[in-house]
Design a protein around this ligand. Structure first.
Ligand code: AMP
Ligand code: MG
Length: 481
């Protein structure tokens, strides 16, 4: 059952505001994540009961909860702003039966002091979208916040159109963002940055608490986690879409699924977000942006890192440069695995890049290209018929022969490294459409089912590998949802 210990609410008052979610008219459970409920030590039957649904809607505060809205700031598209939980409330930190700690946050729970003119509410489509994509990312093996449930509120929320309101229950190892540090460093007492950093170390990096220069080590660890995280995004074609510093968790989990989407045709310039007019957050920019964001996080830690100012600057710069090296290594290792390569050769990077160049030239689908290579199948596209690809293919085959592992082991490595299904935009949209406009959850449930096992290669996955219908209108995603 609920087993709260609300450590964030014991931090300095300037870090948050005590506020309860605003009750909604008639809560109705839309979807519940039973396996996650189980991991959290919560009973499915309770969460489905009237009392459970009232909790998930914010109409009832469970025993031991201490709801707060967290303060944070952030660089949005490069511009620094005060933000904060404007439509979310952290109801408490659940300690699981295995002793882990998770934030239980209601998103769409009403206005807070940080709402800045917004209505504090969320709508069904985007909350289900976050549920589907975050759970897909988890199944893909990518660090992420999770989704426990979506409830309809029985209220209408006005966006461009009147839409059904909803609340998502988000589960995260914490909601401490780069922007939380930016808020405290800019608007609070200097000693409070140390308090936040020590809290973060204790919560996420306890093995660093005793280290000589623990704040520099904190930065180094966050850099490492981001090198891993962003490389994993790249390797599955995930585009976050709104990599503002307030949407970067210090835990290294993917957070805030707004205008995110998966790439179909391989093109580093791919952008889906309707407001990302200049492609700041394009697929091919994600590592550079992560480094930029890490620099903003690093600035908040600099006063805590001992040494003369120019020495601190140098240490921080070295750490940020290290991000590029680590990211490149993680990415290249991941690409080798996608191609069934176990060992390292100098020319591997060029082999990978030659394939990517061909994929770009022939507008090849990112996921299906690697899936077809895994299945050793000529998919009959122009790329496969081209001389360039044939030459590349034989180079790749020769490369595979230069390692001691046999072809069966290579294929197994490829299967583990190349998802056969991803949440394709047209599939996600069709599921959301049926849920929002017809109240029909069948497509959503079927999609979640197949996405829960993305590295299997059966007929069930095959059905979900279809490409979107060709359209003149590019796929667009939206923020402010
Ligand atoms: P996001 O685009 O979800 O990362 O949100 C950026 C900022 O806008 C955060 O401070 C959110 O809390 C706030 N925000 C987004 N939507 C709303 C809303 N409907 N009402 C109030 N604040 C919101
Ligand atoms: Mg956000």
């Amino acid at each position: 059952m609920w087993n709260f210990d609300n450590s964030y609410a014991r931090l300095p008052e300037s870090f948050f505001t005590f506020i309860e979610p605003f009750p909604v008219k008639s809560p109705e459970l839309v979807i519940l994540n039973s396996s996650l409920a189980n991991e959290l030590g919560l009973e499915e039957s309770y969460l489905k009961s009237q009392e459970g649904v009232e909790v998930l809607a914010g109409n009832r505060i469970p025993q031991g909860a201490l709801p707060i809205a967290q303060a944070y700031a952030g660089h949005q598209y490069g511009h620094f702003r005060m933000l904060g939980d404007g439509r979310a409330v952290l109801i408490g930190e659940q300690i699981t039966p295995s002793g882990e700690r998770f934030d239980i946050q209601l998103k769409g729970s009403g206005k807070t002091p940080y709402s800045r003119g917004g209505d504090g509410r969320a709508t069904l489509g985007p909350m289900l979208r976050e549920y589907i994509i975050s759970e897909a990312m988890h199944a893909l093996g990518i660090a992420t916040t999770r989704s426990l449930a979506v409830v309809k509120t029985g209220e209408i929320v006005i966006r461009d159109l009147p839409l059904p309101g909803a609340v998502l229950t988000r589960v995260a190892s914490s909601h401490i963002r780069f922007g939380t540090f930016e808020y405290v460093a800019n608007f609070c007492d200097p000693v409070e940055v140390k308090i936040l950093a020590d809290y973060t170390l204790k919560r996420h990096y306890p093995y660093l608490l005793e280290s000589q220069n623990r704040y520099l080590d904190l930065l180094k660890e966050v850099v490492k986690r981001y090198a891993k995280l962003i490389s994993k995004w790249q390797l599955v074609g995930f585009i976050h879409g709104v990599m503002n510093t307030d949407n970067m968790a210090v835990s290294g989990e993917t957070i805030d699924y707004g205008p995110c989407a998966f790439m179909n045709e391989y093109d580093p310039a791919t952008v889906f977000s309707s407001i990302d007019l200049y492609g700041r957050y394009a697929y091919g920019n994600q590592a550079d942006i992560a480094r930029w964001n890490l620099a903003r996080f690093a600035e908040t830690l600099m006063p805590l890192i001992g040494g003369k100012p120019h020495e601190v600057v140098e240490l921080v710069q070295e750490t940020l440069v290290e991000f590029d090296r680590l990211f490149k290594k993680e990415w290249l290792d991941g690409m080798r695995s996608k191609l069934g390569i176990f060992n390292e050769e100098d020319r591997d990077e060029s082999l990978v890049n030659q394939l990517l160049d061909l994929m770009k030239e022939y507008k090849a689908d990112f996921t299906n290209t690697f899936r077809d290579l895994t299945l050793c199948r000529n998919n009959g596209t122009d790329m496969y018929e081209s001389q360039g690809f044939k030459t590349w293919h034989s180079k790749w085959q020769e490369r595979l022969k230069r390692q001691k592992q046999d072809s069966q082991s290579s294929l197994e490595l490829m299967k583990k490294s190349n998802p056969s299904v991803i949440p394709r935009n047209h599939r996600v949209e069709a599921a959301l459409d049926a849920a929002v406009h017809e109240g029909n959850l069948r497509l959503t449930e079927d999609l979640l089912d197949v996405l829960s096992d993305p590295y299997s290669y059966t007929d069930i996955q095959e059905e979900y590998t279809d490409l979107p219908p060709i359209s003149d209108v590019p796929y667009r995603t939206f923020c402010g949802t």
